[in-house]
Ligand binder design. Structure first.
Ligand code: NCD
Length: 324
């Protein structure tokens, strides 16, 4: 594997291995000797974090993942501080970064740009992997990896992800985390997917076509009623209104219809995982944080471990970690 661009590039074997690698990194990190050892593995490598769209968790968890493996890092988060303001093209800008690093981890508002960067860098004699940390409204493959890891561990007591049901709730049209996770879940056997959103924000037809291709059974609904009792995980998302046209009167989105509350969660299974990529607004009231089924803060922490595992894999130090 060189680049990490789309969730669809990963197969089941990769997911199982990455899960094991993530577990190993977590447990090796538990003591100082282990952490010190991990930090020697990639101390000769440099990462460029190019994040020109807002990010808290993805940015910080990648930065922490680099630190776990001892990598040096540089960051550009504000395009006003780079030569793009002097009229340099997007691709030239990133090509320049690539001269000073061994991997580019990037978040960009335009879907497809990470792919263009990867293609451009493939022409270079020195390989520089590109990791997509969120591309427009399209993909967020590393979030899907950490979500699958979280599902693997929270559903382990009931036999794992195979044969389970998940509901995605909220702005599914513009929520890239849902799009990536929905695709990745096709790697598991008989996983049923429910998409709960107003018609105007329902999941894209491209994702449904992908599910059809993989014979995945799914259901679309504009209300939560009757769905929560059927699922083993519920994946809540916020309204992605930063994509609304400026000056738009608002979408008329009724957040209460796409939120959890004491009433509708009464029928949620005792083992069901409550997930959210975060940041949340009102979809999950803070009183759920004390519910043992709430997994969203685990997801945030798992992001760091999963991303460390991914970097270890990209740079080929995974065998060393697994055999320690
Ligand atoms: C998400 C994102 O940026 O796509 N957050 C994340 O990376 N954990 C979700 C969001 O912004 O709603």
């Amino acid at each position: 594997m060189l680049h990490c661009l789309d969730a669809q590039q990963f197969d089941r074997e990769f997911l199982d291995e990455l899960g094991q690698l993530t577990d190993s990194i977590r447990s090796i990190s538990e003591d100082k000797a282990g952490s010190d050892w991990l930090a020697t593995l990639l101390s000769h490598r440099r990462a460029m974090l190019y994040f020109v769209q807002p990010s808290t968790r993805t940015f910080l968890s990648f930065l922490s993942a680099c630190q776990i493996l001892g990598m040096m890092t540089a960051e550009v988060r504000d395009p006003r501080t780079s030569s793009e303001v002097k009229g340099e093209s997007e691709l030239d800008t990133v090509r320049t970064f690539s001269s000073y690093c061994d991997v580019i981890i990037m978040r960009y508002p335009r879907a497809g740009f990470a792919h263009e960067v990867a293609q451009m860098l493939d022409q270079n004699s020195r390989p520089v992997p590109v990791i997509n940390g969120g591309s427009g409204k399209d993909q967020h493959p590393t979030q899907a990896l950490l979500d699958v890891y979280t599902l693997m561990s929270s559903l382990a007591p009931v036999g794992g992800i195979d044969g389970k049901s998940i509901a995605f709730v909220g702005d599914l049209l513009r929520g890239r985390t849902v799009r990536s996770l929905s695709c990745l879940l096709t790697r598991y056997r008989d996983v049923r997917q429910f998409f709960v959103a107003p018609d105007s924000l329902q999941i894209g037809v491209d994702i449904l076509a992908y599910l059809d291709e993989h014979n995945v059974s799914y259901e679309l609904s504009d209300k939560l009623d009757g769905i929560l009792s059927q699922v083993d995980a519920v994946y809540m998302t916020r309204l992605q209104d930063e994509w609304d046209d400026p000056g738009a009167a608002g979408s008329g989105y009724d957040v209460n219809k796409y939120s959890l509350n004491r009433e509708n969660s009464r029928n949620l299974k005792p083992h069901a995982a409550i997930m959210h990529p975060l940041p949340r607004r009102h979809e999950i009231p803070a009183y759920f944080d004390a519910d043992p089924r709430a997994m969203y803060w685990e997801q945030a922490r798992n992001g760091m471990w999963t991303r460390a595992a991914l970097l270890a894999r990209v740079f080929g130090v995974h065998e060393e970690i697994l055999s320690r």
